[in-house]
Design a protein around this ligand. Sequence first.
Ligand code: FES
Length: 131
Amino acid sequence: MPLSGRSASAVRQFEEDAMDWSAICASDEVAACTTRAVTLGAARLVVWRDGEGDIHVWDDRCPHRGDPLSGGSVNGGLLTCPSHGWRFDVNGQQVRMLTVASPRCMSANDATVYPACEREGLIWACVTTPA
Ligand code: FES
């Protein structure tokens, strides 16, 4: 059956299956509102779980000066870099402090985000395809 004749969820599942997913750690290794550094081949990743329990996998490199985000803190849906306090929402977009007029910075300041999910007690990510 062609993809155009399938439901949206079937197409999404097909696309997920076609991507290069890797198990990167166990789900219970990343508690709510915590981060964890993970190495996958040459990739340094930060895995973090937000306050809603959703999992996120990003490059472990802050777009500001490249310091590891894995040493940062999680507050609800925000990950804060430990070095200079840049904050990122769950989409990897930098969020400015409330004292700054613009609510968003340039997209060049956003974190590199990868598709991630949890299945069978494991956290999976597709690190070849930024989200
Ligand atoms: S290196 Fe992350 S805020 Fe500066």
